[in-house]
Write a protein that binds this ligand. Structure first.
Ligand SMILES: [Zn+2]
Ligand SMILES: [Zn+2]
Length: 88
């Protein structure tokens, strides 16, 4: 009955689920999930605790998205590119 002793990062390597988005897994479960951009584009698994606030998918910070510490909101490059929309 004592609390879980595994306070180390838990990993959830399942695929993206709209009913249990990466945002939920990270925020509510405290899990690390695979960056969906790495997964989709490079078939590479890289775990992260950052998520995109727009699509609720996980991304690796710096490379595939940016996390604003002040607003505590992240945006993956996939959503960022669409939002910019004015790339020459
Ligand atoms: Zn990535
Ligand atoms: Zn996104």
């Amino acid at each position: 009955m004592s609390g879980a002793t595994e306070h180390e990062s838990k990993i959830d390597a399942t695929t993206f689920d709209t009913k249990n988005s990466d945002k939920k897994k990270i925020l509510e479960g405290g899990h690390w999930v695979p960056c969906r951009i790495c997964e989709g584009a490079f078939r590479r698994i890289r775990f992260t605790a950052r998520y995109c606030d727009t699509c609720e998918r996980a991304f690796c910070e710096g490379e595939h998205g940016n996390f604003a510490a002040q607003s505590r909101k992240g945006r993956c490059t996939s959503c960022g590119d669409k939002a910019l929309g004015n790339i020459p």
